[in-house]
Design a protein around this ligand. Structure first.
Ligand SMILES: Cc1cc2nc3c(=O)[nH]c(=O)nc-3n(C[C@H](O)[C@H](O)[C@H](O)COP(=O)(O)OP(=O)(O)OC[C@H]3O[C@@H](n4cnc5c(N)ncnc54)[C@H](O)[C@@H]3O)c2cc1C
Ligand code: SF4
Length: 477
């Protein structure tokens, strides 16, 4: 084994080939090509096999990375896949869209020693894509059926991870979603150039074939009441994500488009839907000068979508500098390659209409650190400037909707940020049998955290239903 590993000294870091910017600028296909088998084996062999694997501790799912890298290097691909799938419900999705530089690869010891991290995400994606191709991804076949049922509100990664785990245990699982497709932000938020939609759809199909029922176009609180769901099921999981866009709050901001409206329209068009606001041009960047305000992953997805729709120019305004932006540095680099212009340390003051439409902006500088240790941006006096733009998109983050109000469930406890208050270990809310996981508990976060929480909430729901059944048996004796 040993001579197959620890090759980081002699083998350099290599990513799967990236399509050239000119080639990828007008389609929504993923930008990285597949690893060929030899490259995946070779890159996996760079792993140092550390006694204390920091990659694993930096992965929210605690994936057993060194072991599946070793198996990959040894050509034991099916075993490597099985091991990676034992802790992750969607390894090929995480391999594509986790910000690995901040997670597993950021913790990799050979990254710290300047050799360049093992390309963990790319190997994980390769393993599971190969598993799908070779038929190693097993169907969901519960050993026995159970009569108890669980209702899951939200078909995003948290809901889907929970659905799979509960169905494997034989529960009758129904997932309710207000959208017409399954996947949450995986299908309607994240663009195809990061995650092609058939990758999400084959996961959905596997759940359907495994007996998970989906009730779509079902807005809980409107189409069906939360109380009814609680009555119909032995337990309910809330996995609704966070969708209330943070407002720009600048004069004349009525014409500003919300990032998610823009991305959903684009994803729908990609999936073959007719979208009136896209056809009318309201949510289409073609031929326009586009200004995106924000510095997170959503802003990066907007600027890169605008490039692909044929925008005349795309500018991103962010009030901090490059080093302090919340989005992935990899995505900024991709956006720059595709022609996006970044105005760092720039904040909007007002939106301009009329003959010279756009954003009136001001330069910022980073001041003293706030309570969280982050430097607060402050205006540089007299530094006002204009950015021309016919389509202004605000990507400033998301807050939770007021679920207790919308669901007429005023006793459902929330935090002061409006997220659902759930026990961090059991995911139980204050209502008996009601659990919550994913962004609606954590606030806007990452797919990998949603998967982890969905899996763990499913285990907690199983324990709850079993304990309740046991208590009923004891009471009946
Ligand atoms: C544009 C964008 C890009 C992103 N890029 C990345 C990335 O590259 N990498 C990454 O790791 N993370 C990324 N994220 C974050 C990631 O998508 C989320 O953290 C993750 O999807 C949260 O999963 P979830 O299951 O909690 O919620 P969601 O994925 O939001 O799913 C919630 C589901 O609940 C449904 N729902 C809500 N309310 C109701 C109701 N009342 N009744 C019925 N159904 C309801 C919604 O329709 C939705 O389908 C991105 C987010 C956005 C917005
Ligand atoms: S799930 Fe994400 S953080 Fe964990 S190993 Fe995979 S890519 Fe890295």
């Amino acid at each position: 084994m040993a001579e197959r590993m620890q090759k980081f000294v002699s083998v350099g870091q290599k990513w799967p080939e990236k399509r050239a910017a000119a080639d990828r600028a007008d389609d929504f296909h993923e930008i990285y090509r597949e690893f060929i088998a030899e490259k995946a084996n070779e890159q996996a062999s760079r792993c140092a096999q550390c006694g204390v694997p920091f990659c694993q501790t930096h992965c929210p799912l605690q994936n057993n990375i060194p072991d599946w890298l070793r198996m990959t290097a040894e050509g034991r691909l099916e075993e490597a896949y099985q091991l990676s799938a034992s802790t992750n419900s969607m390894p090929e999705i995480c391999g594509r869209i986790c910000p690995q530089d901040r997670l597993c690869e950021g913790g990799c010891v050979i990254e710290q020693s300047t050799h360049g991290a093992v390309t963990i995400g790319a190997v994980e994606k390769y393993l599971t894509d190969t598993a799908w191709e070779k038929g190693w991804v097993a169907a969901i076949k519960p050993r026995r059926e159970r009569e108890e049922s669980v209702g899951i509100i939200g078909a995003g990664p948290a809901g889907l991870a929970a659905a799979e785990r509960l169905r494997l245990r034989g529960y009758q699982v129904t997932v309710y979603d207000r959208h017409d497709r399954v996947g949450g932000l995986l299908i309607y938020g994240i663009p195809g150039f990061k995650l092609e939609k058939d990758i999400v759809e084959r996961r959905t199909q596997r759940l359907i074939e495994g007996g998970v029922k989906f009730v779509l176009n079902c807005n809980v609180g409107e189409t069906i009441s939360f109380d009814d769901l609680r009555t119909q099921h032995d337990s309910v999981l809330i996995a609704t994500g966070v969708y209330k866009a943070k407002p720009l709050n600048a004069p004349n901001d009525q014409s500003v488009v919300k990032a998610l409206d823009y991305l959903i329209a684009s994803n729908r068009v990609g999936l073959g839907d007719e979208v009136a606001e896209f056809t009318s041009g309201a949510l289409n960047a073609a031929g326009k000068r586009v200004v995106v305000i924000g510095g997170g992953d959503t802003a990066m997805d907007c600027v890169r979508t605008a490039v692909r729709q044929g925008a005349k120019s795309v500018t991103c305004l962010y009030r901090r500098d490059r080093a302090n932006m919340p989005g992935s540095q990899r995505e900024v680099k991709n956006a720059e390659e595709e022609g996006v212009v970044f105005e760092w340390l720039a904040a909007p003051k007002a939106v301009r209409a009329g003959k010279k439409p756009g954003v009136a902006a001001v330069r910022m500088r980073l001041g003293a650190p706030d309570a969280s240790g982050r430097q607060s941006p402050e205006e540089v006096p007299g530094s006002e400037f204009d950015v021309v733009g016919d389509l202004i998109i605000a990507a400033l983050g998301f807050d939770p909707e007021d679920l207790p109000e919308a669901w007429d469930a005023l006793d459902l406890k929330t935090t002061r940020w409006g997220t659902i208050s759930a026990n961090p270990l059991t995911y139980a809310t204050n209502l008996p049998g009601v659990y919550a996981a994913g962004d609606i508990v954590r606030g806007a976060s990452l797919v990998v955290w949603a998967i982890k929480e969905g899996r763990e909430a499913a285990d907690a729901i199983h324990a709850y239903i079993q304990d309740r059944a046991q208590a009923a048996r004891v009471a009946a004796e």
